[in-house]
Design a protein around this ligand. Sequence first.
Ligand SMILES: Nc1ncnc2c1ncn2[C@@H]1O[C@H](COP(=O)(O)OP(=O)(O)OP(=O)(O)O)[C@@H](O)[C@H]1O
Length: 234
Amino acid sequence: MTSTPPLIRVDSACFSYERDQILHDVSLSVHAGEILAITGANGSGKSTLLELMAGINIPSHGRVERTAPVALVVQRPNIPVGLPLSVADVVSMGTWRTRTSRAQRKVTVKDALERVGLQGFERRSFTELSGGQRQRTLLAQGLAQSSPLLLLDEPLASLDAASRDTIHEILRTEASRGTAVVLVTHDDDSQGLADRVIALRDGQVVENQAGPPASTTQAGQASQSLNLGMHLFT
Ligand SMILES: Nc1ncnc2c1ncn2[C@@H]1O[C@H](COP(=O)(O)OP(=O)(O)OP(=O)(O)O)[C@@H](O)[C@H]1O
């Protein structure tokens, strides 16, 4: 997997909001077919790093190189309550880049909704969905982009166990098709899904290893040695 160039490379990146430096000298790369989990405590800089990878945030030092368009699945989109957007409208935003026909767009939206278990939801109002249904709609928007790089900010936060299993399966399938998947997560199960886990603490990478971090395994818990932390594409 690592013999090919990465789809995204973050090289010694720093990022600040005003005077507050949030990310310090972060380096990582993600290859096709890889699932990378980013973990860390609240405020450690996970979402900021994901936005840096997506091109929303620009590093003050260092570089971010992407060799493919990015599909970013955010946790809370800026869609005002009361705006009459249907579920189909939100998912079809994921097809904007591809300029497909209306008929093809309809098929893409239908397929994406079926994959996340929301078949038949096309005409429902997005703002009237439950939190979990919204989250799955946003994932469908990400899948509709058919992008080789799928970045997700806490995609499982409001989901029940059955929905989590479904999303895990979708992410595994995406990776097996060659998509590079990066997810920010607090969820131990999702960390188990990952090929590699990066832990942030105060904006620095404190752990970068294959599989779940040692602190979520029995050995890690025993030793207590580690301390863990509508944009479409660029
Ligand atoms: N737009 C912003 N302007 C100023 N500071 C911000 C902004 N967004 C985030 N921050 C600050 O950057 C730091 C990192 O925030 P970030 O959202 O990246 O953390 P996180 O690890 O994703 O947290 P959580 O687990 O709570 O979602 C926090 O101190 C936060 O207050």
